[in-house]
Design a protein around this ligand. Structure first.
Ligand code: 6CS
Length: 273
């Protein structure tokens, strides 16, 4: 009898935490999200409107949880988790790819946006960049990548010296740095570079994808480890949207595959990289 009672009390424990957190957010009227401003994952219009596949999914889920709006703050990828842990944002909805070190630091939802890695290079790819190792093996090759981002980590892990992995603050800066010859290539996920190149109209550049040897990654919404009850409530609504087709209707116009996200799990992704 005693064990059953303790188990029942422990199982009941999350409910007050969830109810309290949801009440706080409903009272606040919005969820504070961290984004990167990297279309089609995330974007902030000139009028301040927030769009992109990640915020659009989050907006739909939180509406179902009774929180009608989002308040976005733009951050470098490497600053997003510290901001979440410090309580400056409620959730990261930015295409922050799941990998073990991040899965240890935050409470991810189930997968949302999946993509391969790519390189923006001069047309014809004259230096033959196909992998991050290629930059390590060419003594003067400089690769641009987001600070604290996956591509920066992949380049460093492939042996590219720190002084040849150039931190790029945002996609427009990366395009300009490449056009000016300050970097030899710029690395972001495929859909981000396709969007950047198509908007630039610069036919002297091309996208090489996928980067040989780099995994396909998926993101999830990333919650503070203390908010696993909120994360679980998010996942319930996300699963229902995946089942109903609403999830695909949101992300596929941006170029993402609903099937890719549905074909994997947080557990698999967090264990893999
Ligand atoms: O999760 C990351 O680190 C990467 N995600 C995106 C959507 N863009 C670049 C960034 O490095």
């Amino acid at each position: 009898m005693r064990t059953t009672l303790i188990a029942a009390l422990l199982l009941a424990a999350p409910l007050p935490a969830l109810a309290e957190k949801l009440d706080d957010l409903r009272e606040q009227g919005f969820v504070r999200i961290a984004i990167g401003n990297e279309p089609p994952y995330t974007a902030v219009g000139s009028d301040g409107t927030v769009s992109g596949a990640a915020p659009d999914v989050a907006r739909a889920v939180f509406e179902k949880l009774g929180i009608p709006d989002l308040e976005a703050s733009i951050a470098e990828y490497g600053a997003m988790i510290p901001s979440l842990q410090a309580g400056r944002v409620d959730v990261i909805t930015a295409g922050l790819f799941m990998k073990k070190e991040r899965c240890d630091a935050v409470a991810y939802s189930e997968p949302i946006l999946c993509d391969a890695e790519a390189l923006l290079v001069p047309a014809g790819n004259p230096k033959g960049f196909r992998s991050y190792e290629d930059f390590a093996n060419q003594p003067d090759a400089r690769i641009g990548a987001p600070g604290g981002g996956t591509e920066e980590r992949l380049a460093l892990d492939a042996g590219v010296p720190r002084d040849r992995v150039i931190v790029v603050p945002d996609p427009q800066s990366g395009l300009t740095m490449l056009q000016q010859g300050r970097i030899d290539a710029y690395s972001l996920p495929v859909l981000s570079l396709n969007d950047l190149l198509s908007k630039s109209g610069d036919d002297s550049l091309e996208v090489f994808a996928p980067v040989v040897g780099a995994p396909v990654y998926c993101d999830g919404a990333a919650f503070n480890k203390n908010d696993t009850a909120l994360r679980d409530a998010f996942d319930v609504e996300l699963a229902a949207m995946k089942e109903s087709g609403e999830f695909a209707q949101i992300i596929e116009p941006y170029g993402f595959s609903a099937d890719a996200a549905k074909s994997t799990t947080r557990e698999q992704l967090c264990a893999a990289q």
